[in-house]
Design a protein around this ligand. Structure first.
Ligand code: F6R
Length: 240
């Protein structure tokens, strides 16, 4: 695992965007693994800037997102489908048919999850997987637990996640489940880039980088990935 530390949060995005830029510029067709949340937004902004400047194109790329809520209409302002379109896809030239986001309204969620992993494999696997990290060390919706998950699966949201979501949803509309790529699906990516900024992430980063590899801190599994870079600001790296 390689650790890159930047003086400010603003310096993280261009460096992380460089990873995508070199991949998009060097490969005929790229498979991108993408994340939602606050951490990747500056990187998406930087990628949009580079697209507008003619430096990169997403015409020859497919994307697979990490996760999606169960039971939320895609058009809901809080769905990850909406998030990705507002923060990246609507502003670049990716072909909508190459965008893959788990369908949280699928009737058969087991089939939806199995088909998703199969589609990633059929596409040749993810070239670069972007991740954020939860303050408890989660990646995707893989929360601390007794065992590392395998493929994409349906997960019950923890009380703390439901609690942090309560600012976005009314009680009746609050999602209780999500579909998420599993740890094994994430670990199959050829390259992984994780972004963390701010002191709230410092403890999780310490456990992920220096702690034992344990499903109690899901991100610690990344120590075993052969090609993984953490992009951190000084605050997130302050306990290393
Ligand atoms: C997002 C995701 C989550 C977030 C994590 C950090 O698709 O899967 O694991 O990456 O919760 O969220 P932020 O970046 O908002 O701190």
């Amino acid at each position: 695992m390689e650790i890159k530390i930047f003086d400010t949060p603003d310096a993280v995005a261009p460096a992380c965007a460089d990873e995508f830029t070199s991949l998009l510029s060097s490969k005929d067709y790229c498979i991108l693994g993408l994340a939602t949340g606050a951490s990747p937004v500056p990187t998406y902004r930087e990628l949009i800037k580079r697209f507008n400047a003619g430096v990169i194109s997403f015409k020859h790329a497919s994307s697979f997102n990490l996760d999606e809520y169960v039971g939320l209409p895609r058009s809901d302002k809080n769905s990850y489908y909406t998030f990705m379109h507002e923060n990246l896809f609507n502003s670049v030239d990716i072909n909508e048919k190459n965008v893959h986001i788990l369908n949280g309204n699928a009737e058969d969620t087991e089939k939806e999850c199995a088909d998703y992993d199969a589609a990633i494999d059929a596409a040749g696997g993810i070239d670069i997987q972007l991740l954020g990290i939860g303050t408890n060390g989660h990646i995707g919706f893989n929360e601390p637990s007794d065992a590392f998950s395998d493929g994409t699966f349906k997960v019950k949201l923890t009380d703390s996640t439901v609690q942090s979501n309560s600012i976005y949803f009314t009680e009746s509309a609050m999602p209780r489940y999500a579909l998420t790529m599993g740890i094994n699906s994430i670990m199959k990516a050829k390259k992984i880039v994780l972004i963390a900024t701010g002191t709230s992430k410092a403890e999780a980063i310490k456990n992920a980088v220096k702690g034992e590899v344990t499903p109690r801190c899901p991100a610690s599994v990344l120590q075993k990935h052969p090609n993984c870079i953490f992009f951190l600001d000084r605050a997130a790296a302050s306990l290393l």
